[in-house]
Design a binder for this molecule. Structure first.
Ligand SMILES: Nc1ncnc2c1ncn2[C@@H]1O[C@H](COP(=O)(O)OP(=O)(O)OP(=O)(O)O)[C@@H](O)[C@H]1O
Length: 507
């Protein structure tokens, strides 16, 4: 291998949310749903590069769960479930957000989000204690379901509608977030069912099916990736808050009394997973919940610092035996596990019990957005020498090669002298293992730019020398350095860079 001269170092800046949204659209990552009809609020489609990136992220999660742990198995439950599921889980009666309307702008807001934003403002101004008091008070009022108190807090904090700039608010009301529809062809026979608002319940109702068929012993986990639907009151911040989104959930079943250790274990593991995936430690933090959900004994969010501040990407919850006990009561089917291990205190088997659950619940779309925000960079670079020297800005996505939509682009330097044929040969030799593309159009610099914009880690150039000695140059996206290497080494070289094991060995 030989190296060409090293390019000069570059100064980099991160993108704003507006930069990232327009980049995502222009380069085929994310489109507004039904855009030709002016779009549908809070619903998005993933384009050709977006679907590859998202699939790679989901695969990394799936393998980190099911492949790395003998005691975690997968499931793909249906979106529709028996309506009693949602009665048992508490969603019919309690899955709601407190909303408030501004009478002048007619805009609707989540009361808790208005208060959280205000707390973030206090924090930004250095008034940490004031922010903490506000969040604690909000948590107390929401737990007590004191909606009048929540409104009073909004008034006391002098929170104004961002649109009308007035404090002319309605009362705070609860708004159920579940979407419902009908099953059954004839209206009279039909019954109301819901689009699942979380994937977790599909796991709980299958707890015994999975445990028995996969011959698992507690502690063990069930992992699932799937769509969830919530009629979010306020849709904003791009794919951060969607009405149709995807969750990646692990429900981990443990012996009662051991949930505290497992909660800490999964807290640590999941944060580390985000770090090895490329989210820097100083842009991640834990945030304990001010208000616990009805099912939770302990709950923490992993937050990432998006361009719009620290926000949740994953929740870790100690759910106790709430879900299985509820399903047992409504279905009248025992949800017990027989634990044959010996309890050292009694000298007898632990026997029958309803396991406790520790949940890790990550949003695939929020992870996608965090990855995109982290990867997006604008660099000022200097190219050429002497009078030819020029400074320009290049935009690139510094995606980990394992998640990049395209692993390598193959370019014949010119469209003649047998170079396109040689490039095609290389393309054919790599395409079974990696997603690679071939590009012949435009000057080589333009072709590099196009690949930088979508995060392709390697560009392989076939030139005159290739035809003589079967070597190519490999241009590296991040450093812009070029390496000459034999064609026979490409497969191993790319394979090493994109392999998941390089990420997993750090876990
Ligand atoms: N509307 C949504 N759009 C995209 N992802 C979501 C949405 N709601 C939840 N998620 C993802 O699912 C994960 C687990 O869901 P959970 O019910 O814990 O979220 P949540 O606490 O209700 O989120 P938030 O407080 O932001 O509404 C979240 O960490 C997030 O990544």
């Amino acid at each position: 291998m030989s190296n060409a001269p090293k390019p000069a170092a570059a100064a980099t800046t991160e993108g704003t949310l507006a930069n990232i949204v327009s980049h995502a659209k222009e380069y085929g990552f994310v489109f507004q749903s039904s855009e030709i009809y002016d779009g549908l609020a809070a619903v998005y489609d993933y384009g050709p590069n977006g679907v590859e990136l998202k699939n790679n992220l989901k695969q990394l999660w799936w393998k980190a769960m099911t492949q790395l742990h003998q005691n975690v198995v997968g499931l793909d439950a249906a979106i529709f479930m028996h309506p009693l599921t949602w009665k048992a889980s508490g969603h019919v009666d309690g899955f709601s957000d407190p909303m408030i309307d501004n009478l002048d702008s007619k805009k609707r807001y989540r009361a808790d989000v208005l208060l959280e934003d205000k707390a973030a403002e206090h924090e930004k101004n250095g008034e940490i204690a004031r922010a903490e008091t506000l969040l604690a008070e909000m948590g107390r009022l929401l737990t007590a379901e004191d909606l009048a108190g929540v409104k009073q807090l909004i008034i006391d904090e002098q929170i104004l509608c961002p649109v009308s700039k007035t404090g002319n608010w309605t009362e705070v009301r609860q708004f159920n977030l579940m979407f419902s529809t009908q099953v059954g062809a004839v209206a009279e026979d039909s019954s109301q069912i819901y689009l699942r608002p979380e994937t977790a319940q599909g796991i709980f109702v299958n707890f015994l099916n999975v445990q028995k068929s996969a011959r698992q012993k507690v502690p063990f986990g069930i992992a699932q990736i799937g769509k969830a639907f919530r009629n979010e009151i306020v849709a904003r911040q791009f794919i951060f808050r969607m009405r149709e989104f995807e969750q990646m959930e692990l429900q981990f079943f443990v012996r009662p009394g051991t949930e505290g250790e497992w909660y800490e274990h999964w807290k640590t593991m999941r944060r580390r997973w985000h770090e090895v995936m490329g989210l820097p430690a100083d842009k991640l933090r834990f945030h304990d919940h001010e208000k616990l959900a009805h099912y939770a004994k302990a709950a923490v969010d992993i937050e990432y610092e998006f361009p719009f501040g620290f926000k949740e990407i994953e929740g870790i919850h100690s759910r106790g035996d709430f879900d299985l006990t509820q399903h047992q009561a409504l279905s009248k089917k025992k949800q017990q596990y027989f634990d044959a291990d010996i309890d050292p205190e009694t000298g007898k088997a632990y026997g029958n019990y309803v396991p406790f659950v520790v949940e890790t619940s990550a949003g695939a779309d929020r992870l996608f957005l965090a990855t995109l925000c982290q990867a997006y960079q604008e660099e000022t670079i200097t190219e050429g020498e002497g009078e030819q020297q020029q400074t320009k800005t290049r935009t690139l996505l510094r995606l980990h090669p394992a998640v990049a939509p395209i692993k390598a682009a193959i370019f014949p330097l010119v469209k003649k002298d047998g170079m396109p044929e040689k490039a095609t040969e290389i393309f054919n030799s790599l395409r079974h293992d990696f997603r690679v593309i071939m590009e012949e159009r435009d000057a080589i610099g333009k072709r590099y730019t196009r690949q930088d914009l979508i995060g392709t880690p390697f560009c392989i150039v076939v030139d005159g020398q290739t035809l003589e000695d079967d070597t190519v140059t490999v241009r590296h996206r991040d450093s812009r350095e070029q390496t000459r290497m034999p064609i026979s080494e490409l497969r191993g070289y790319i394979g090493e860079a994109v392999s998941f094991s390089r990420i997993f060995e750090q876990l």
